[in-house]
Write a protein that binds this ligand. Structure first.
Ligand code: HEM
Length: 245
């Protein structure tokens, strides 16, 4: 009897340890846990705006709810776009290469919020007046910039799956560089439509500039490293023949 109860205790302790042990930093279990936490975090702005739009639980969107909705969705879209761009520099500076696991999720949330931003504009602001939208695209440069930025994100969202990654091979990486152009157009669109206080748009522009600079510095270092490596393997005096090591 005594043996049986001891083994039960052991089993229970083992189950508890298995169930509640924190996965090791950077492991597959760890990234899965972060991803699980990231989902509700990424959806929180939408929940807040939804509660505000329907005036639930004491939330509201102020005197001009459509404008508030439009502006907040635009800003959240831009925040997610900048977060997506921050993954690569962060990866190289910290050595936390597992961060790349979250890039697709953040990029898709950027597209999701910006598409909602567009929907609010066309449905709630323009009442589905598509000819009016065309006029806006032609006559209001900030709308031209925003529309182009969003359209550039569309093929990226559509080809973000592993299947498309495999199908496009090297071209996938090239195509996904469009995210930089989209972010530039998005920030420009923001800057252009601000009437008085440009501080917030300037902060977004500076963050984007820093991220682009980090990207350029990283690419140059990588190119220099490749050159040094190829020079070490093919020294001039070896007549172009690689050295055996
Ligand atoms: C990359 C795509 C886009 C980004 C990053 C973006 C971002 C933003 C941001 C940050 C704001 C300003 C929010 C504020 O002032 O607090 C804004 C405003 C606005 N956006 Fe966009 N947007 C994009 C695409 C679009 C598209 C496709 C449309 C419609 C065709 C659009 C229409 C507007 C309008 C009408 C405003 C408000 C202008 C005003 O209040 O005068 N945006 N957007």
């Amino acid at each position: 009897m005594a043996t049986r109860s001891r083994s039960l205790t052991c089993t229970r302790a083992w189950i508890c340890a298995e169930t509640f042990s924190m996965p090791a930093f950077g492991s597959k279990g760890f990234t899965r846990l972060i991803k699980t936490l990231l989902w509700p975090l990424c959806l929180a702005p939408l929940l807040w705006l939804g509660l505000g739009a329907f005036e639930l639980l004491g939330f509201n969107l102020g005197a001009n709810p459509v404008e508030k909705l439009l502006h907040e969705l635009g800003k959240w879209g831009l925040k997610f776009l900048l977060l997506t761009l921050a993954i690569t520099p962060l990866r190289y500076w910290t050595g936390w290469h597992w961060l790349v696991t979250f890039r697709r999720l953040l990029g898709l949330f950027a597209f999701f919020y910006l598409f909602l931003h567009f929907l609010v504009y066309i449905v709630l602001d323009r009442y589905l007046d598509f000819s009016g939208l065309l006029e806006d695209i032609v006559e209001r440069p900030y709308i031209t910039l925003g529309m182009t930025g969003l359209l550039l994100l569309l093929p990226l969202a559509l080809t973000s799956t592993r299947g498309w990654m495999r199908r496009l091979g090297r071209r996938w990486k090239k195509l996904h560089r469009l995210v930089y152009a989209s972010a530039i157009l998005g920030v420009w669109h923001f800057y252009w439509q601000v009437k008085l206080d440009t501080l917030e748009a300037t902060v977004y522009a500076l963050i984007l500039a820093a991220l682009l600079l980090a990207r350029i510095v990283h690419s140059r270092r990588k190119a220099a490293r490749i050159q040094v490596r190829s020079e070490t393997l093919l020294p001039e005096d070896s007549g172009g023949a690689p050295l055996r090591r």
